[in-house]
Structure formats: structure tokens, C-alpha cells
Design a protein. Structure first.
Lengths: 116, 465, 465, 465, 116, 116
């Protein structure tokens, strides 16, 4: 089992979700975050006080998958989330020791296979 | 018509008879200065009760534009909330100043049936003297608040995708070449629609059909937003939408009630109808929502209230309260279904200014021609139900003329403005949101990772940008 | 009583003397059309200053219901914000239309001491003629705004756990069988409480005790929310609560000041007392908060302001400004401590309508019987401090009767409505929040993962649901 | 000056001539009770139209303080939103009650040129009798709403870093020893600045320069917030800032228009100028923003509107509408650039009360001395442009005196209050945010991990704390 | 050391927190997220525009525990968070190489043992 | 590759960011969370109802780094985020199997090296 952690642009979320459904990935968790990387920073001005915004809105998608699914999932995200501009984001693949489905107490791959 | 003869028959007891169709004639007449009339005017002294009501009515209509900013602002995603609200607020400035400088004179000056003149430019000759029973400057300011909100109304059609500078240029020009002449047609004693005895108590044609037509034209000229029909645009703050609707309803009491230009029975009629018509629309809209959206929605309730307010605007001083309930109820249907159709169409009139104001104002104007009665307002006209079918035709001509003129000239202005500054930002900037890009602000900043910078840095960074 | 004799002694200089106890009698009397009175009425012409004040007062009280939506909406979790606000907004529609259709006639028509009749149904005979010194329709509309907010007030007791359709049915019926008759008792010249010379200037009994009793009854009939006392219900937006309090205070100037039915010294007294009493409550409430909550809380400040406004409502036109300060200060205690007790009790009157409006209105009505003086309002009564202890008893009878009637009939209506549509949604739906489930909307949608769908799909999905 | 002679020449037709410089003298005169005057007073009956306008004006100015709470509350981080808003709301209570108890008498009682007396303490002798053409208590209440907002204005300078109890003590004392005497100087017939014929129609000096000076002094005495210039303080809710600006503009119609004390041509002039001046400021401010911030900012628009409102306050009833546009435009520059400088300075006047109100009021007062004309207001004075350069000097003396007195006494009060309760919370508490620490609440609670507790536990926990 | 990442229903948070305290777990971090899985999707309508909400409000609880605590913690969450309806969520157990307590610079199990 | 997960106080964010830039760390992702640990709990009162707030605002910083960077990064955060008061937070170091840069499809250390 692996946990795939993809950091993407908010405006790309719908495309990535679509791509993941096509890749048969049915379960995932989305978190709104802010990122810092190579992007040029926005400058905002409030009543003569100027601030540089070092953090940019991003979205993290966490996907728990069994080994066979890792590559397809990564590819799906990679293609759907790419714009070619700095700021597209990263994908981290983390090892997982166990997964439990709370509803059924099923474990591991059983816990992440589609319900239907 | 009615009015002049009336004045002929002694200027006495004018106020209670003032009607939407005639009231705005007064300043115009002042300028004609036909001796007989002039003296009749001098005779009419300033009345305290009337002035008190018009003072507060002016404040109420001013407040409406702030309400509109929330009605619109709540309906857009948070990345565009400031841009949307600023499109209303900036009208306070540019449309407001231009009104005093020249637009008021274009609207209410001169004797041509089609357009005013510059005789009252820079408020020349607009002072504390009586216009009807209130000070002339107060009448000017009251009318100015109408010009401001009409310009702001248009923005709903193009929010989130127009360069702000071009927008400011557009509404500034629009106020001079569209709003002011149209007001002249309908509300100046010499206006050609006024001469036809078209009834428009508080601006169904001048404000709502006018703004609705401009909105439709603007939505078409600018085209849909980049992700239209690809990505849902959800209201980021529905309570703001309800706040806007509440403020609009509150202010509309001055909009319709104040159009009597005095604290008269006519004003009472206007206020009562402005209470009952939207109430009826709200009921019918909610029931339609249950049938078609499976729920009574809050956005629907707010929208229904506004549609009802729009529909009663031209009729408020000409129809009975029970007729107002009928108008409010009937006006629900066209707006409701056109709005539903629009959502699925190629037309990105983003906040449905056309369906709510254009269609609502159109329906209201026609129904005014149906329900109007001189029993309540002798200076008005009888409508279809009171044996005068002709009035419906007159109403149709009035709204039709306003609609066509407004739509065409709006296209022309936008083409010209576009030729200079361009109308739309680049697609990727539009997707990122207009607040940061065209105002350099966020609506709801958290301050995380915000670093203070000194000016030299700023210029550096800005250069990089 | 006082009034008729007064009229007997020539109808002159009526306005300055109009009082809560007599004012609302006028339209009723109009219908009695006892010739002597009738002529006295015709004599009384429409007054511009009075009309101006009543026009704006009507707008102000209308605005209050929007303010109430924010006061309530801010106090609930965000998952219920729209449901809570809609419970106020929908009253604009149903209660508003029903008022014109029939409720006004039930409240102010007829000559029975207990209930009006249908003589003014569909506003039959309600026109521009003078009622007192203002147009009759304006009086009708002004009273209508009271009916609307009273219905909306009840919702605070049951927010987040009532089927919306059943709620709409409930307040619609309640307005006809509870609000209208009670208004008749207290404000119609033939009403039995009116006959007892009970003092209720702007609705301490008719509006607040009435709504408070209905709220208590409703909270008991519906029972507590599923996770009551297991999970804390925190206000999701306290600034909205303060906004609501601000709008309510602003509008209440028309509520209490407008109850003089004219721009008179009495109206000034009403406005001044409406400024000072809540100020005093705010001071005392803050100090109690420091003692019992260790801080001056913002929710407490907003609550205190409302309690002070409620308490001065029955007294506003009968007591001196310094007495108003005393009433505001004294009224703080019962509401403050009952509210604290309630939070720990089994009674889920979620937003404390009983403690704020029921108890506050009760205290205010009693204190009116203590501080009232005919020195300021000859058409009123003297209170305990001015040598008339009997008035306290009269006040007690009035609020007691209203409380009992309202509570009992509310239970009956809810049982009947419940028998048809049921009152509560299923427990799990209630926990998920009412906005999505009974309105199909979110208050603050982010749009993440929102996929546009065509209608055919919609029906498919909806089926699945 | 003008006025007394005028009264000498028959008290008739007073209202239309009432001016900022003389109007507030009336109650004062009442107390002088010079027989001639007294009778002149009795003569002047209460006028319905005037009373209607003053009733609503009182409500409007009351509403402004709620608007201020949003204007300020939106500009601060969410951790301080309640503390900031409460600093305005609490003024309703303490400043409001104290006004009736004693401050009104200090401001408008007595015959000394420097301070009033206790003759009207506890509203002794303040009843329904006419003051000018409105009831005396109404005049008292109207003035009270000014005292409330002036105190609240100061808070913008020290938000997020002052112990709430000390703040309450401060504004309570300040209202008695600074606001009331200054109002006496300028608006009481015996006031020394009044005697100099200094023009201050609606409070440019009494309200804005006064609050601006106190704000500057308070910001210096308290010192900057702990992370000033280390961490950016961003507005957490810019729509709230726009809401506040909208409510302020709306209410300001009563603030400036109501200062005519009647529904007169003068009130119309006040309202019209209050519409046009901020419109002009908004235009110029936006253009400066484009030049210096590269964008038209929403916070800038809101700020510009307020600056324009402040600048026209002293002039509203003395200058022509076109002069108002000029004043609005000219007043933009000093405030805009001082505000920009302030942001980079060591002065943590957090919400720029000094730049907006102090500087704006100062500029407006001087320009009143330039543009004032007796052609529009015979009871006023001519300004520089109308051949009376002396008036500019008088204006300078007036604002200078107010500024110095207010600043010095503010420092003294803060030192005394600080000696008792201390002024600032500990640094770490300040950083965590004032809402939880000084009000025990959050502005936007989500309820996650919130555990209900019984009182015994509470005391336990609180002990631990 | 392990990091337990539990995705649960928001309305279950208080129950889960209670269960964890009883299981002697003192430290944890909570994140508001949105999830997609087998749940039927809500449909919302705004002015005639209908949208399917593919993401549902969820809560993630991150708990760093030393080996002996893993099972009890998982069990505690599992029982407290279960409703039996689709949407109860998942529990991921991730390996951790090191834990530091910032305040004391303590490491690993020492870093997560209760303060008191 | 490792993923460093630092839980810190919100008021310390700017200091930590500064420290990280000095440590040449250019990429990171920030998440607003709520934590529970040894801190004394705030009590809030709303209309006579008192609640104990068991969760405190915290910030999580996720930083993907290649082995050599782990220690410097941990140290940088540790020093910048410390106040010495209970509540300073934790740092978790998790193993990572793969990192992808979406824009370029670069992998692992290449994926996290500064753009510039
Ligand atoms: N080392 C990292 N650890 C965690 N998140 C990172 C790291 N580097 C980048 N990110 C996330 O990826 C986003 C995009 O990275 P950035 O370097 O700006 O663009 P690109 O990945 O195209 O080079 C950042 O905003 C941040 O949220
Ligand atoms: N493979 C996965 N990776 C990450 N999160 C998941 C995964 N599957 C489900 N989730 C999370 O768990 C939640 C519930 O899952 P769901 O499949 O709907 O119900 P159940 O777990 O009862 O089958 C989802 O909303 C999502 O947040
Ligand atoms: N075992 C844990 N797992 C996950 N997060 C934790 C754990 N322990 C503490 N935290 C996080 O660290 C924060 C501070 O921890 P706490 O124990 O209060 O202070 P300290 O780390 O100084 O002892 C908590 O608010 C929580 O967010």
C-alpha cells in the first residue's frame, strides 16, 4: 500500500478529479493548503502598506492505493495537473504499513477497493 | 396632457396629484419658464413634510447601491468579491460626479423631445428654489442616486472578466449617452415618451429595462468567462446575497415612494405597493422553486424579492395594493423561466441582470398598462382593465424604444472603449481571480506568509511581475 | 375611555395626544362609522410631516426583519445559516401577503371585543383616505410589518430542526389565528384589553410576549435538537449577530417612534426612550457579564441591546427618558438570569426567544404600569409611581392573557401541522445540517469538486438520492 | 452675532435660516431664559416636517456607529474582530447613558464660554417643549448620537492592544471632559469659538478633529502593537469594510443633513453636499491609488469615501454643491499622503484615525473658510473666495484649539486610567488575539473540539487558567 | 514510531476525541478536509444551475504514536467513528523515522509521551 | 528522500519561513490545522453556555527534502519555532519512496531542487 500526496493548482482540481475517475481511482481526500516554491510573488497594497505574498493557494490530494495502482495514479495526476508554468506542484509517494476501512474494519487493499 | 391643463386650472393642490408621468417635468418646465408656469412655480413654496420625505428617500436610494454591491458580491466566488463590489462602489464616484457636472442637465434640461441641453451644466441655476414643493438641488440629487444605481446594475452581466479601467470608462460614458437621454425621453415634460403619456412611475423603463438591455448587450460583446459551463460558479456568501436583498428592499421604499416627490397619499401608495408586490413574488417564486429545484432556495428568495421590486417600479403610483400583489405574482413567471433557460444557454449574463431587471421591468411596464387606474392617481392613466387598452401599446412602445436604444448604444460604447484599453484580461489572469490582479487585494486575507516590504523592494518585485 | 371623551370634547389637536392605547383604534372607529366620529375623522386631514415619518417608519420596521435574519443567522453553526435566515425572509412573503388579504381585517376590523371581521378583507375600503392624519393604506402597511417580524421572531426557538414547509404553514396560520386576534384585543378600540386601558405602546404584549410564548410552546412541542447538551452550538459569525443588533436598533426607532402614528412630540419621546433604554441595558448586561462570564462578551452586548429594545417597547410613549433608563437597567436582570438558567436546562429554546422577548416584554409591560405618566402623554395612564397601582394589575392581566392564549393556540397549530407534514426531519439529516437538506444550498460554497450537471442527469441523481 | 440680531428682528422664519454656527445655541438660550428670547421660543411651535426629519436623522446617526464597527472590524485580523467591533458597540451603552445623565448639560447648559453646567443633569428641564421647531428631548438625543460615535472613532488608533475595561473607562471620562466641553465651545451660543463665528456645520472640529487628535495621542501613549512592522496586519474581511463605508455614508445624510435641525432648504443643501463631496473624493482617491498602488483598491475606495464625508462635515450647510465637489477633491491629497507616510512611520495609529478624521476634518474646516457663502446660508459667513479671508484664520484657531485641548487631555486621562488598571495586556496575550482573551469569544467559531462544561468544572478550569 | 492518519466524519469528531483520551492518547492534530468515496452525492441548485457535490466534508486526525500504542489507537478510532453507513472513512498507518518535540528537542517516543 | 512534517504555532510561521530560506529550503507547503496536546484549554462563554476549547490553532509545514538536507531543515525549524512554552509542537520525519515534479516530470531529488 502507498499513500500518494499530490500538490496541485486549485484551478486544476476538477481536471485532476476527472482524470482520476477515468483511472478508476474512487477514493481520495482533498485539503486546501498554501505553498511556496519558485513562483513569482504577488504584491498587495493596503492603505499604503505593501506586502509580498510568499504563499500561493494550492490543493493537496491524498490517495491511498495498492501497488499496482501507483503508476497509473501518478501518471493521471501528472498529466491532468500540468500547465508547464512554474507552480504546477509535486507528487509524493509515501509507504503505508496498514489501511483500515472504518465502516467494515476491512484491511489494506480491501479497504481501498471501490465500494460499488 | 393632463398636467398642463391641470396647471392651467390653477397650480393648486399639485402635490397630491403629482404622478410619475408628470412629476419629473417640473424642473424641465422651470427652464421653459413660460411666465404662467414660472409664477405657478414660485407660488408653490417648499413644504417641510415633502422635503423630509425626499431627504430620506435620497439617502435610501443612495444606500441601495451599497446593497447591490452585497447582492452581487455574495453571488460570485471569493476570488472576485472585491472586483464585483467595486463595480458598484466606483459608480458612486464617477457616475455621481458626472451627474452634477453635466448629466442632470442632459436629462432634465432643454426643450427637445430627445435630449436635454447644457443649460444646467455645473448645476448652473440649480439652487434652493422650489421644484414642485422641494428644493431644486434635492430633486437633482435624488435623481442622481438613480443614475448611480442604474450604471452599477449593468455590472452583474460581466463580473469577473472585465478590465476595471475599461469598466469605469464604460459606465461613465454610458451615463451620459444612454441613461441621461432615456431619462429625458420618459421624465422630462418635453420628452417624446412623456408626451405619449407612457407611465413609468419610478423607472421600470428608465432604470431596469435600460440596465437590462445594456447588460444583455455587454454580456454578448464580452463573451462568456473562460471556464463558462466547464466550471460551476457558486455564490461564496449567500448571507451577503440576503443582506443585499434586504438593503435593496429597504432602499426601494425611497425609490418608489420617493418618486411621488412628496409625503403624500401617492407616496403611501408607492410604499405600500413596494411592500406587497415583492411579498407576492417571493411566495410564487418559492413555490416554483419547490417544483423545479425541489427546495425553497435562499438565493431564489433573494432573487424573487428583487424581481418583484423591479416589476412594481413602473406601476407603484398608478395601481391599487391588490393589483400590486397581482403584478408581483404574475411577474414571477417570465423572469423565473428565462433565468432557468439562461443558466443552460451560451449567454453568460453572469448574475442574470437581463432576466431580473430587463424582463422584470418589461413585465412590470406592460402590467402597469393593464392595472393602472386614475381613481387612485388622477394624473396617471387608466389601463386595460379600466377600459384603456391603448395604454398597453404605449407601454410597449416605451420599453421597446428604451431597450433597443440602450442595447445598440451600449455595443457601440464597448467597441470604442475596447479599441482603446481592451475589455478582457488574459485568460489565466481571469482564472486566478480579479481581486488580486485588478485591485491588488484579497477579500479575506489571512496574513499567512505575508511579508512587509519597503518601497524600493516593491518596485523591484513589481518589475519582476 | 379617555379617548372617546376626548373626541367628545372636540377632535381637535388629536395627533399630539395619540397614545399606544388609543391610536390603533382609529381605523376600527372608521368602520364603526358612528356619524359623530366619522365626521371628526373626515375633519382630520392627511398631514405631510406625519405621513413622512410613517413612510420611513414602515420602511424601518420592514428592514428589522432582515436584521433579525442576521441576528439569528450569526448565532447558529454555518451548516444552518441559510435555513435560519430563510425562516425570517420567508415571513416577508407569506405573512406579508396574508396580512393584506385578510389578517389586517381580523386585527382592525369589526366591533367585537375578541376578534375582527372580514369587512376589510382584500383591503376592501382601505384606501388613501385619512386614518388619523395619515393615509389608511399606510397605517395598514405599517401594521403589516409588525405582523411579519412577530412571526419571524418565533423561529429562533426551533432553528435547525424543523421541516421548512411545516414552518411556513405554521407561521401562516399563526398570523391569522394568534397574531391578528391578539392585536385586536390590545389595539382595536373595541378590543377587550384596550377597553381595560392596558398600555402597550408599540407591542410589548402583542409582539414580544406573544412571540415569546409561541417560541416557548414551539420549543417544547418540537423538543431539543438531536445533539442538545452533547455538542455545543457555537455562533458561526458573531459580526453578523452585531450587524443584526445594529439593524434592529436602527429599525426599532420606527417601531417605537412610528407607533405615535405621526411626527409628534410623542414620536420624539418614543425615539429618545428607544435610544436610552437599550443603552442602559447594554451597560448593566456588560457588567453582569463581567461578573458571571468573566468578560464583556459581544454576543452578550447584542443580546442586551435587544432585551432593552424589547423592554421599552410597551413603555416608549408613556414614560420619561430617565424612566426609560431605569426600565432598561431593571429589565436586564430577569432576562439575564433566565437566559443563563435556560442554557443548562432541558429547554432547547435555541436562540432564547423566550428569555429575550417573552421575559423582556413581560418585564417591560409591568414596568410600564409602574413608570407611566399622563404628564407626558395625557392619553395614557398614570402608573404605580404616579399613584395608580391598579395599572400594574391591568398590565399583568394583559400580558398574562396574551401569553396563555398564544402558548395554547401555538401548540394546537403545531399538532395539526405536524399531523399533516410532520415537524422534524430525520435525526441524521438534522445533524448534517438543514441548509443542504432543506434548501439545496450551502451558505459559503467554495466550489471545490462541484460538477455542473444537465437536467437529465439531475433527475437521475435526484432519483438515486 | 447674526443670530441674536436676527431674533431681535422678530423670531419669525427662523428655521430656514438656522445654521451650524447658530442652531445649537437654542437650548442654551432656553436656559438663559432672557424673557424676550423665551417668549420667542414659546412662539416657535413644533413643526411636523422638521420633527420627522430629525427623528430619522437621529436614527441614521445612531446607525452610523454600527457601520463604524464594520468599517473598523473588517480592517483587522479575525483574531481581533470582536474586540474592535465591541469598542464601537460599548460606546452605545456608556457614552449614551452618560450623555443623558450629565454630558448633555455640560455641552449645552450654562452661560460660560468654556463649559456648561449641571442645570440639565438627569435631563432636568429637558422635555417635549420646542427647541427651535423640534421637541427639546429630540435635540438632546440627536446630539447624543454624535457623542457616541465620536468616542467610538478614537478606538481605531489602538485596536488590538488595549485592555477593554480601561478602554471603557477612558471613553466614558473622555466624553465628559473632552467631548462635552468642546461641543460647548463651538455649538453653544455662549461658547467662545461660537462667539468668534467659527463655522462648523456638523462637527468637523467637534467630532473629527477632536477624535483625530485623541486618536493620535492615544496611539502615542499606548505605543505600537508588539509585532508592528514585523508582521503585516491585513484586513480579514474587506466586504465588511465596504459595508461599513456604505452604512456610514447612508447615516451621514442624517449627520450633515440633520444638522440643519429641520426639513429645510439648508437640510437639502447638507444632503446634496454629503452626496457630492465623497463622490469627488472617491474619484480622486482612486486615481491616486492607480498612480501609487498600481490599482484602484477597495480598501482605498472605502477610505476615500470616509475622508470625503469627514471633509464636507464642517462645510455642508455653508457651501454650494460645486464647492462641495471641490472640497471633496482637494481634501483627498493631505489625507492620502499622510496615510501613506504613516504606514511606514513609527506611529501605530492602526486604522489611521488621525489621517482620515484629524487631517480630513482639519482640511474641511479650513476649506469651509474658503468656500463658505452667505448667499446660500445668510446665517453663516462668507469665506475667502467671497471676500472674507479673516474666516480662514478663525477656522484655523477653532480647529487648532480643539486639537490641542483634545490631545493634551486625552494623554492625561490615559495616564490616570493606566495608573489604575493598566492600558496594555501582556505581549503574548496580545499576539494570541484580543477576542478570546478579553471577550472569551471567537468571531467565527467552528465548534470543532468544543466541549460543553458544567459550572463547577468551569470554575476549576478557570482557576487553572 | 508510527503516524496514524484517520479520516472521519465531522459529526464524529467529539466522540473520537473522547475515545482517544480514554485510550490515553494526549497529542493529536486535526485538519478539515473534503473527501470523495462511495457516498451518494448531494445535488445543489443555484438560480437554475444544478451542481453535483463530489466532495464531502471530512476530518483528518494525525496521531504520532510509539509502536505499543498503534493498535489501541486504531481500535479506539475505529469504534468511535463507525456509523455503518458508507462514508465512515479510513485509517492509514504510516512509518515514521523520527519525531522531535520542538520545545525540548526530545526525540521519538519521548517526544510524544504526555507532558503531564 | 524524506518528508518533514512540522507542527508549529501560527504566530511563529513567519520566523520559521525566514529560517528555512536561510537554510536554502525553497519549497514547502503550509496547512492550517488545530492541535491538542498539553496546553491549558481556553474557556469561552456564549449566552451562559461555557465551552472548553480542546483544540488550538496550529500550522503544519510539509517539506520534502533529500537526505543531506534533513538535519539542517529540522534544526532550522526547531530553533525558529521554539518559545519554551508548552505547545511549541512536533516535527515528524517520514520516509518517501518517490517525488515527482509535475511540471517537468523530474523525479526525486531533482524534483525538489530549487528552480532558480
Ligand atoms: N520541497 C517541497 N516540499 C513540499 N512542497 C513543495 C516542495 N516544493 C514545492 N512544493 C509545493 O509545490 C508547489 C509548486 O512548486 P514550485 O517549485 O513553485 O513549482 P514547480 O513544482 O513547477 O517547480 C509549491 O507551491 C509548494 O506547495
Ligand atoms: N483511497 C483513499 N485514499 C484517501 N482517502 C480515501 C480513500 N478512500 C476513501 N477515502 C476517504 O474516506 C472517506 C470515506 O470513504 P468512502 O469510500 O466514502 O466510505 P467507506 O470508507 O465507508 O467505504 C472519503 O470521503 C475520503 O475522504
Ligand atoms: N502525538 C502527536 N501526534 C500528532 N500531533 C501532535 C502530537 N502531540 C502533539 N501534537 C501537536 O503538537 C502541538 C503541541 O503539542 P503539545 O504537547 O501541546 O506541546 P509540546 O509539544 O510543547 O509538548 C499540539 O497542539 C498538536 O497539534
Amino acid at each position: 500500500m502507498k499513500l500518494i500526496k499530490a500538490i496541485i493548482r486549485p484551478e486544476k482540481l476538477s481536471d485532476v478529479l476527472k482524470a482520476l475517475y477515468q483511472a478508476e481511482v474512487r477514493g481520495l481526500t482533498v485539503t486546501r493548503v498554501q505553498g511556496h516554491g519558485g513562483e513569482t510573488e504577488e504584491v498587495e497594497t493596503y492603505r499604503g502598506m505593501s506586502v509580498k505574498m510568499e504563499l500561493v493557494e494550492k490543493i493537496v490530494i491524498d490517495i491511498g492505493v495498492s501497488e499496482p495502482f501507483v503508476d497509473v495514479t501518478v501518471k493521471a495526476v501528472m498529466n491532468a495537473a500540468r500547465t508547464g508554468e512554474v507552480g504546477d506542484g509535486k507528487i509524493f509517494v509515501l509507504p503505508v504499513e496498514a489501511v483500515h476501512r472504518i465502516r467494515t474494519a476491512e484491511r489494506d487493499s480491501a479497504a481501498v477497493t471501490p465500494v460499488a | 396632457m393632463a398636467y398642463t391643463t391641470r396647471l392651467g386650472r390653477a397650480g393648486e393642490g399639485l402635490t397630491p396629484l403629482l404622478s410619475g408621468a408628470i412629476r419629473l417635468a417640473l424642473p424641465g418646465l422651470l427652464l421653459l419658464a413660460a411666465p404662467g408656469l414660472a409664477s405657478a412655480q414660485e407660488a408653490a413654496a417648499i413644504n417641510g413634510g415633502d422635503t423630509a420625505w425626499m431627504l430620506i428617500s435620497t439617502a435610501l436610494v443612495l444606500f441601495m447601491t451599497a446593497g447591490l454591491a452585497f447582492f452581487y458580491g455574495g453571488l460570485v466566488p471569493s476570488k472576485n468579491v472585491l472586483n464585483t463590489m467595486m463595480m458598484s462602489f466606483i459608480a458612486f464616484g464617477f457616475s455621481g460626479v458626472l451627474w452634477a457636472v453635466i448629466a442632470y442637465s442632459i436629462a432634465f434640461g432643454g426643450s427637445s423631445p430627445y435630449i436635454g441641453d447644457a443649460s444646467m451644466a455645473l448645476l448652473n441655476g440649480v439652487g434652493l428654489e422650489a421644484s414642485g414643493t422641494i428644493p431644486h438641488i434635492l430633486f437633482m440629487a435624488y435623481q442622481g442616486t438613480f443614475a448611480i444605481i442604474t450604471a452599477a446594475l449593468i455590472s452583474g452581466a460581466i463580473i469577473g472578466r472585465m478590465k476595471f479601467g475599461s469598466y469605469v470608462a464604460f459606465i461613465s460614458i454610458w451615463g451620459l449617452v444612454v441613461y441621461a437621454p432615456v431619462a429625458h425621453w420618459v421624465w422630462n415634460a418635453n420628452g417624446w415618451l412623456f408626451g405619449m403619456a407612457a407611465l413609468d412611475f419610478a423607472g421600470g423603463a428608465v432604470v431596469h429595462v435600460n440596465a437590462g438591455a445594456a447588460a444583455l448587450a455587454a454580456a454578448i460583446v464580452l463573451g462568456p468567462r473562460v471556464d463558462y459551463h466547464r466550471r460551476a460558479m457558486l455564490p461564496h456568501n449567500v448571507p451577503f446575497v440576503l443582506l443585499g436583498a434586504g438593503i435593496l428592499w429597504f432602499g426601494w421604499m425611497g425609490f418608489n415612494g420617493g418618486s411621488a416627490l412628496g409625503a403624500t397619499g401617492l407616496a403611501a401608495l408607492g410604499v405600500v405597493n413596494t411592500l406587497l408586490a415583492p411579498a407576492a413574488t417571493l411566495v410564487v417564486w418559492s413555490l416554483l422553486d419547490v417544483m423545479f429545484a425541489k427546495h425553497m432556495t435562499a438565493v431564489g428568495a433573494a432573487t424573487g424579492i428583487v424581481v418583484g421590486l423591479v416589476a412594481i417600479t413602473p406601476a407603484a403610483g398608478f395601481v391599487s395594493p391588490m393589483s400590486a400583489i397581482a403584478i408581483g405574482a404574475l411577474a414571477t413567471f417570465p423572469s423565473y423561466f428565462i433565468l432557468r433557460w439562461r443558466a443552460k444557454s451560451r449567454l453568460d449574463d453572469s448574475l442574470d441582470v437581463f432576466a431580473a431587471h430587463g424582463v422584470g421591468g418589461f413585465t412590470g411596464a406592460l402590467l402597469t398598462g393593464v392595472f393602472a387606474t386614475t381613481a387612485l392617481n388622477p394624473a396617471g392613466q387608466d389601463g386595460l382593465l379600466y377600459g384603456n387598452p391603448r395604454q398597453v401599446v404605449i407601454q410597449l412602445i416605451a420599453v421597446g424604444a428604451v431597450f433597443i436604444y440602450s442595447a445598440i448604444v451600449t455595443v457601440v460604447i464597448l467597441k470604442i472603449v475596447g479599441a482603446f484599453g481592451g475589455l478582457r484580461p488574459s485568460a489565466d489572469l481571469e482564472q486566478k481571480g480579479m481581486d488580486v490582479l485588478s485591485h491588488g487585494e484579497e477579500g479575506y486575507a489571512t496574513g499567512e506568509g505575508a511579508i512587509l516590504i519597503l518601497d524600493e523592494e516593491l518596485n523591484g518585485t513589481a518589475g519582476k511581475k
